[in-house]
Ligand binder design. Structure first.
Ligand SMILES: [Zn+2]
Length: 56
């Protein structure tokens, strides 16, 4: 393994709970980033559907 892994910060996703690493596109908003992906950020999961059903 000649590749050196950079020591990037990580944090758990607020939606799926999986840890994700810092990305360059988040350089300015890293402290505000809470989700690992657009899908999690938009809540396109069972959790979102449950909320809609419960609310109705
Ligand atoms: Zn996630």
């Amino acid at each position: 393994m000649a590749h050196h892994k950079p020591n990037l910060p990580q944090k758990p996703c607020a939606a799926c709970g999986r840890p994700f690493a810092w990305r360059k596109k988040w350089a300015r908003v890293w402290e505000e980033v809470r989700f690992c992906s657009d899908a999690c950020r938009e809540g396109r999961r069972d959790a979102a559907r449950r909320v809609v059903k419960k609310g109705a």
